[in-house]
Design a protein around this ligand. Structure first.
Ligand code: NAG
Ligand code: NAG
Ligand code: NAG
Ligand code: NAG
Length: 462
């Protein structure tokens, strides 16, 4: 490095300029000055020869004393969040990175140089700090041929757009109401704290505001906040300066709410309402089966909206909806079986069950099976609901052949009628029991549904 001094001194001459410019920017501790001679600027724009000395030194860090670290100010604007890949745990974003540092070999007097205060210089002619994002999993894809602003005091401002694919610990448990906190660590790749110090000329809330305004209108993700921390990183015996930015983003859930949660909720609601179809009706089980089938098709179609890895809460919600439907179908099968048993070969009813049934049935409650109960009381009314008629008919069919058998014995007509009535009573009791069971199971189903939905919502809100 020391071998470069005479070259620079020979090219960068200055006589009176040092009196006009702030001394600290131009002079080192030794009092040397490096000022660009811009007498040729008037005729053909900037004279390349005047900057040649600076360009020649671009391979070296521009400092006058090697023990003075270069201060690099970093800021960035997050312009787009392109993709959040939960499977690979990657965040792809687009950043405009602004770097600012001082080159003590560049300075000129604007009054002498046709009032030129700053100019652009092709970045490949300048020394650039090797700032990298440590989380980045991609090679730097900055477009070639960028330029930098250089002002008369030697401050260089270099902006570049970068597409950053950074590794980020993504937690999709709360999908689609999830928030992610990704870190972007800016650090020099090579220079330790002896050679390079990082700083910021902007406050972190300014970065957040600018970025939020840009991101606001687009995409699935919303920027919540950006925080920073500046821990130094020790690798072996080398200490590196770094600035960590914590980018907190939140998913906009409306797409998923409309496409996943609402249809699923509707299907479960219809499933619950289908309990109001009469238990005797043959429609209830096929209806529920169709719903179950429809729900499976829905899940298959919506599968690619879900994150490909992990078990988010929404999968639990779907499994819950599915199991509610299966349980309700099982309940219908059970009640249908019970009714079938009651109307064909009713077993004798245990006394405790009988009294329990009387206890349950006595208060007039509003329940899905209430209309049939009312009809039962009226006896066989063939004009009404087919579900009511059916068991009565069955009873007659069952007792028909037996009646013919007993016809040979004329004295038993009365007992036969009595037996008939007793059996009818038993059938009524069992049918009533089935309805009570139906109501009870329906309420348990509703309770289970409410509890699980509330649990899922509470979990989502925490
Ligand atoms: C600047 O350079 C010109 C030639 O390009 C020379 O004539 C002039 O003396 C120089 N000025 C200073 C202050 O060195
Ligand atoms: C460089 O700076 C250090 C401390 O700032 C000082 O001790 C040293 O003498 C300087 N070296 C030169 C060659 O000026
Ligand atoms: C993100 O994580 C960092 C530490 O890992 C923490 O300091 C910061 O507060 C978090 N930000 C948010 C918004 O949760
Ligand atoms: C960096 O930022 C600090 C604080 O805002 C400021 O004092 C300093 O001049 C800046 N340095 C450069 C090279 O822009």
């Amino acid at each position: 490095m020391e071998g470069g001094w005479p070259v620079v001194g020979g090219v960068l001459l200055c006589l009176t300029v040092s009196l006009l410019l702030p001394g600290s920017l131009l002079t080192t501790g030794r009092g040397d000055t490096f000022t660009i001679n811009c007498s040729g600027f008037d005729q053909y724009g900037v004279d390349p020869a005047a900057f040649q000395a600076v360009f020649d030194r671009k391979a070296f860090r521009p400092v006058i004393n090697n023990s003075i670290p270069t201060h690099v100010n970093i800021s960035f604007t997050l312009s787009t969040i392109l993709e959040v890949n939960a499977q690979l745990q990657l965040l792809t974003s687009f950043l405009w990175i602004n770097l600012m540092w001082n080159n003590p070999f560049i300075s000129w007097n604007p009054q002498e140089c046709v009032s030129l205060k700053k100019l652009t210089v092709s970045a490949e002619n300048l020394w650039l700090p090797d700032i990298v994002i440590l989380e980045s999993m991609d090679v730097d894809q900055a477009p070639p041929g960028l330029t930098a602003f250089v002002n008369s005091e030697g401050q260089i401002k270099y902006d570049r757009p970068v597409r950053v694919t950074s590794i980020c610990n993504l937690d999709i448990f709360y999908f689609p109401f999830d928030q992610q906190n990704c870190t972007l660590t800016f650090s020099s790749f090579l220079y330790t704290v002896d050679s390079m110090l990082l700083g910021m000329d902007k406050e972190v809330w300014e970065i957040t505001d600018t970025s939020r305004n840009l991101i606001q209108t687009q995409g699935e993700w919303e920027l919540l906040s950006i925080n920073k921390a500046t821990p130094k990183m020790l690798v072996g015996s080398n200490l590196y300066d770094q600035i960590m930015f914590y980018v907190a983003i939140r998913r906009r859930p409306s797409l998923y709410v409309i496409n996943l949660l609402v249809p699923s909720g509707f299907l479960v609601a219809i499933d619950a309402l289908s309990f109001y179809l009469p238990a005797e009706s043959e429609n209830r089980a096929p209806f529920k089966m169709t719903l179950l089938l429809g729900y499976n098709v829905f899940l298959l179609m919506m599968n690619d909206l879900l994150p490909a890895s992990g078990t988010p809460l929404i999968s639990v919600y779907f499994a819950l909806c599915l199991s509610l439907m299966v349980v309700s179908l099982l309940e219908t099968i059970f009640i249908t079986y019970l009714l079938h048993l009651a109307t064909t070969q009713p077993p004798p009813m245990p006394r405790w069950l009988h009294s329990l049934l009387l206890y349950w049935a006595s208060p007039r409650k509003c329940c899905p099976t209430a209309p049939q109960k009312g009809n039962k009381g009226l006896g066989p009314t063939p004009t009404h609901l087919p579900g009511v008629k059916e068991p009565v008919e069955l009873v007659w069919k069952v007792s028909g052949p037996r009646e013919a058998e007993l016809n040979g014995c004329p004295g038993s007509a009365e007992t036969q009628q009595e037996e008939e009535a007793r059996k009818q009573h038993l059938v009524d009791l069992w049918v009533k029991f089935s309805h009570v069971m139906d109501t009870l199971l329906f309420r348990l189903y509703l309770l289970f549904m409410a509890t699980s939905v509330v649990t899922v919502i509470v979990l989502w809100n925490t």
